[in-house]
Design a protein around this ligand. Structure first.
Ligand SMILES: [Zn+2]
Length: 309
């Protein structure tokens, strides 16, 4: 599952590569939108809302039908940006230069081959790719809570709204509530694990007894904002490989703070909650309220691996 920082980072890279430039190549390799022809149109901008990525393509030559591409990376999706170094051949050379199997490409957008600064953006294994009207694009994210990486983030508005949404279901676990994009947008399983650790709260704790929701959201926002501008995700302050996260992916290993073995379990799986991996240090994140017999169980390693990356 992607985290908001990687999606915003991808949007910035696409924007830097394509904004204001005309598309010489535009392929939507999904059956429903395969016939959409965006060649000759100008990309206006790319942006993210939570974990949703949008590429706004201007109208056609007749000034009609602006299109907004809606992308969700889901589990495996990646955005690749390449400079095209074109030599004398008129052949598109992208296919030979890709470092991933060509059949995984779902979206290919490129500027003119004759342009020295020609660039290509490829989306592989995208969980979702749609061509929408601007109104449909707005509707697609209307349900989201405040985006932690909103450039216009205003604590009095956005932080309070996120807290209001989280607090509306006090019996739900804080881990499920933080992952629910309708409450606050941008947190995936990594930031859920790290925020809960840093705030000393068990992810299975009900929202009502999970402590200061404002502080949880504010910390999540600061962690995402710090990491959106750097290549590796770090919550510990230590950028060395293998030292970057507190508890995520560290089940069975000693807590970096106290040495207790980190444990993992699944959380969620109800009708409106995703079943996802969670982590905690039993000493640093003790349960506060008595267990309500939540759905959390010790993790199945096969399932767990699905989320580890
Ligand atoms: Zn600990």
């Amino acid at each position: 599952m992607p985290e908001g920082d990687s999606v915003h980072h991808a949007a910035r890279r696409i924007h830097a590569a394509l904004a204001g430039r005309r598309l010489a190549r535009a392929e939507l390799r999904v059956p429903r939108f395969a016939a959409v022809d965006l060649r000759g149109r100008t990309v206006e901008r790319a942006y993210a809302r939570g974990k949703h990525l949008f590429v706004v393509v201007g109208p056609d030559a007749a000034g009609r039908d602006p299109v907004t591409l809606h992308v969700h990376l889901k589990m495996e999706g990646r955005i690749h940006v390449h400079r095209l170094h074109v030599h004398n051949s008129g052949e598109p050379r992208a296919g030979r230069r890709w470092r991933f199997p060509a059949h995984t490409a779902r979206l290919v957008l490129a500027t003119g081959d004759d342009d020295e600064a020609a660039v290509e953006v490829v989306g592989t294994e995208l969980g979702l790719l749609r061509a929408l009207t601007p109104a449909e694009a707005a509707e697609a994210v209307a349900h989201l809570g405040p985006d932690l990486l909103d450039p216009d983030w205003d604590p009095a508005r956005h932080l309070e709204e996120a807290v209001r949404r989280l607090a509306a279901r006090p019996d739900r676990t804080i881990g499920e509530a933080l992952l629910d994009q309708r409450n606050v947008a941008g947190i995936g399983t990594i930031y859920r694990a790290e925020v809960c650790f840093l705030r000393g709260v068990d992810p299975r704790e009900p929202v009502a007894s999970a402590g200061d929701l404002r502080a949880h959201v504010d910390l999540a926002r600061r962690l995402l904002a710090t990491n959106v501008v750097r290549p590796d995700r770090v919550t510990t302050g230590d950028t060395r490989r293998g030292h970057r996260l507190w508890v995520y992916g560290r089940d069975g290993r000693p807590c970096r703070r106290c040495g207790t073995l980190v444990e993992t379990f699944r959380l969620g799986g109800g009708e409106d909650s995703l079943d996802r991996v969670a982590f905690r240090c039993p000493s640093c994140q003790p349960r506060r309220a008595p267990s309500e017999g939540g759905r959390a169980t010790l993790g199945d390693p096969d399932q767990r691996d699905h989320d580890h990356r």
